[in-house]
Ligand binder design. Sequence first.
Ligand code: PLP
Length: 238
Amino acid sequence: MTETSSNSTNIAENLTQIQLNISKFCQKYQRDPQDIKLLAVSKTRPTKDIRLAYSAGQTQFGENYLQESLQKIHDLSDLAIEWHFIGAIQSNKTRELAENFAWVHSIDRLKIARRLSNQRTKSLPPLNICLQINISEEKSKSGFNINEVEVAVDEVIHLPNLRLRGLMAIPAKADSLEEQRATFAEMKSLLKTLQTKYPQIDTLSMGMTGDMEAAIAEGSTMLRIGTAIFGARNLSGL
Ligand SMILES: *Cc1c(COP(=O)(O)O)cnc(C)c1O
């Protein structure tokens, strides 16, 4: 019991601290804090921690692993959580995504968007999606290359049962604020280009625990934060 209450304090305090940091960086970079949503990345965390964050006012959660997330969605169905999928997508698993999530950020090929469009439950609102951009052009990472994005958007924007919200990126690790900003600035400019044709596109999903300031400086509208809320994850490399 004591363990639960100390965790509870930590997670609630961490969320408060992050909101303070968001406000501080918004002031520094002349952003409106209302334009930045906080997605709590809860992969590998027990449902108990998600309940604690929810009690502290956090309602949007991001998950990476399908089986784990379906179990959590089931176990937490008494809470009004908005679930976001941010992990790698296997094309034979799209139906579960289409039936259980409000958002999918990690669409890295057209085939996935087409399948989600066909499989989205008709009684649910359109599935919000972002196209993942391989912004650092790493061979090991998935995502559209910058020069493929416009053509992909021209198709995806017309797919029924989906609502294209914007772009997502996981940049290569960079240590300085300047390097981090340079990469996120490319995302910002790409979004701007798309918005001239499709003004309804409104989302830049970027910024994690280690590059939150750079992401806010360059126009992020959705931060995906795990470690700073829940503490360090056990499994290395996740
Ligand atoms: C794990 C993960 C995050 C959160 O990373 P932290 O460094 O723990 O804040 C954000 N986005 C994606 C896609 C992730 O896989």
